[in-house]
Write a protein that binds this ligand. Structure first.
Ligand code: ZN
Ligand code: ZN
Length: 178
């Protein structure tokens, strides 16, 4: 999946819509995957060798909660703008004042083409949550019996609450003549 830069009309731009099958694109984080089909719409505009892409992506990301291990699916619906120049212009970037203002990040393309799969993967990874939890208030698994504390309130919790009590209990066991 590539956009040929020379095929982008300087007058009308170029409109492209892409569909990705279940599980695509592969993500760098092995604990996350794309669930179901995802889609990416791109509108490309070109001025000489400079390209602006306006994109809209829709995807669902699956991961397991770090605390309770339940499977979580999050919808990702993002709009973004990307700016590209040919990689041979990399060295002269400081002269490209109009590209570096407004906190714009500039990417580079090679051989007249821009890889659409890379765009999809990068945009999804930008919005992946730093902490993978089903909910900020997820109570996780009981360290004693392993039940999901979001669903069941077990009775082990209170026993382990006060470390001083636990220490006393350990002493008592050690003094036990048996
Ligand atoms: Zn959870
Ligand atoms: Zn428990």
């Amino acid at each position: 999946m590539r956009i040929q830069v020379s095929q982008i009309s300087e007058k009308d731009g170029l409109r492209r819509d892409y569909r990705f099958p279940e599980g695509k694109p592969d993500l760098v984080d092995p604990d996350c995957s794309v669930a179901g089909e995802s889609s990416l719409g791109l509108f490309a505009e070109r001025s000489g060798s400079e390209v602006k892409l306006s994109g809209t992506l829709h995807a669902k990301i699956q991961f397991n909660c770090d605390r309770c291990l339940e499977s979580v699916v999050r919808a990702v619906d993002e709009e973004f703008d990307l700016f590209y120049i040919p990689s041979f212009q990399k060295g002269g970037l400081n002269d490209e004042a109009e590209l570096t203002e407004e906190d714009l990040t500039v990417s580079f393309y090679e051989d007249d083409s821009i890889n659409v799969g890379d765009i999809m993967r990068e945009q999804i990874e930008l919005v992946l949550p730093m902490s993978k939890v089903c909910d900020d208030d997820c109570r996780g698994l009981c360290s004693e019996c392993g039940v999901n504390l979001n669903k069941i309130q077990c009775s082990c919790r209170t026993a382990a609450v006060d470390p001083r009590l636990a220490a006393l209990r350990d002493l008592g066991l050690r003094d036990d003549p048996r």
